[in-house]
Design a protein around this ligand. Structure first.
Ligand code: SF4
Length: 417
């Protein structure tokens, strides 16, 4: 049997597809993106646009592969399973559960020739779903899922409703997977999760920082990066790890979402701007030239010009090295969806533009601090436009080189110019 995998959305979906690939290959399936017997689409529901895109791709794949078994999983089908089942032609629709049972479901479909809709709605009482395989990433950077679910219920987010309560992956399994990949020559590992640093919240004896320390002590590991970590999750132990382990990437992605106290309150975020700035100062006291990147939502309901200016000024004060800017997307089923004073699309796009301009300025300022320095880079891929090999430094600067493809996956020193 031949299979094709499509991953939409976040790094967790990307990891899950890598795990699925191993599961299929271990069961004598062959990967064939041109002529598949089974197509699996891991969907995303972070915004309305993501939901629409998921449906478009499901319909496209069913049209292109009318005789293939089209399987849909992930957050969009967890949220809108019945709709997707009745309107897209998909054959098997599961949500954010039963992914490690997919081979059985495909066999069941093949035997009964009956479409399957199987959504576990009880997302608040889920076990961590292990795929019991070691992924074999196709990229030089290995994403490693360590956790699923989130307990925060920010007022604008549907993820706790689709991914459920926090559940941590077995620590030994994580260590074994990374140790295995280190032995195969992988250099950089990126820890990811639905709420990565919530790892351990459901465990009695381990915290996220304990896990990070255990991974940093794996022999031969070159670089460890955290996909995202909130201000409130950077504890003293994590600061000590930053101080003592240079292989812990000199880069943290810390979602801010807003720089206005009143907006943060309406968002239901678990910190305020004073906490945030204090934590950044603490981080910079052990890593003065660390790169701190962030996510910001503009146009949250009721966001006044003054509140937006607070966000703008706060970002400028922190000197992030890059911003990911998102216009607020009203998600049905969330508190923010019902809030008054929804902001007009025009105002949202003006604010997005203003922050993207600021991001460009801050990125340049940060990059220029390293001009002339030689930094270690793991070369990843050849850029089609420039025909140069590119890769990232520990502090997430993207540098390029005219070296040959033999250097892909290798660590080289490049001058920042
Ligand atoms: S922390 Fe908030 S925004 Fe992030 S996944 Fe959880 S509920 Fe959503």
């Amino acid at each position: 049997m031949r299979f094709k995998l499509i991953s939409l959305g976040c790094k967790v979906n990307f990891y899950e597809n890598n795990a699925l690939r191993e599961m299929f290959l271990l069961n004598n399936y062959v990967e064939d993106n041109n002529n598949p017997d089974v197509v699996v689409i891991n969907t995303c529901s972070v915004t309305k646009v993501a939901d629409q895109k998921s449906r478009q791709i499901i319909r496209r794949e069913k049209r292109k592969n009318p005789d293939s078994v089209v399987v849909v999983m992930g957050c969009s089908s967890q949220n809108h399973g019945e709709e997707i089942f009745s309107s897209t032609g998909a054959d098997i629709v599961i949500g954010t559960s039963y992914r490690n049972k997919l081979l059985d479901l495909i066999n069941e479909f093949k035997i009964n020739n009956e479409k399957i809709l199987k959504i576990n709605k009880d997302v608040r009482h889920l076990e961590y779903e292990s795929f019991n395989v070691f992924t074999m990433p196709k990229s030089t950077r290995a994403y490693i899922k360590v956790e699923d679910g989130c307990n925060n219920f920010c007022t604008y987010c549907t993820i706790p409703y689709t991914r459920g309560e926090v559940r941590s992956r077995n620590k030994d399994e994580i260590i074994a997977e990374i140790t295995h990949l280190v032995s195969l020559g992988f250099k950089e590992f990126v820890l990811c999760g639905i709420h990565t640093a919530h790892y351990g919240l459901d465990l009695k004896d381990t915290t996220f920082s304990d896990l990070v320390e255990a991974i940093l002590n794996i022999e031969g590991l070159y670089r460890l990066r955290i996909s995202s970590i909130e201000e409130s999750e950077i504890d003293d132990k994590f600061i000590t790890l930053l101080a003592n382990y240079p292989k812990l990437a000199n880069h943290l992605h810390m979602p801010l979402q807003s720089g206005s106290k009143t907006v943060l309150k309406r968002m239901g975020r678990k910190y305020n701007v004073d906490d945030f700035i204090k934590k950044v100062e603490k981080i910079r006291s052990v890593r003065p030239d660390i790169s701190i990147t962030t996510d910001v939502i503009v146009g949250f309901p009721g966001e006044s010009e003054e509140e937006f200016k607070e966000t703008y000024d706060f970002i400028n004060k922190i000197k992030f090295s890059e911003l990911h800017v998102f216009p607020f997307s009203a998600r049905e089923g969330t508190k923010a969806y019902l809030m008054d004073n929804q902001i007009s699309p025009d105002v949202k796009s003006m604010r997005v533009d203003a922050l993207l301009d600021l991001s460009k300025k801050l990125e340049k300022e940060y990059y220029n601090r390293f001009l002339g320095q030689e930094l270690e880079v793991i070369l990843e891929e050849r850029n089609k436009k420039t025909n140069l090999l590119s890769g990232f430094t520990s502090n997430y600067l993207k540098l390029s080189s005219d070296l040959s493809d033999d250097y892909i996956g290798k660590i080289v020193k490049l001058k920042v110019s």
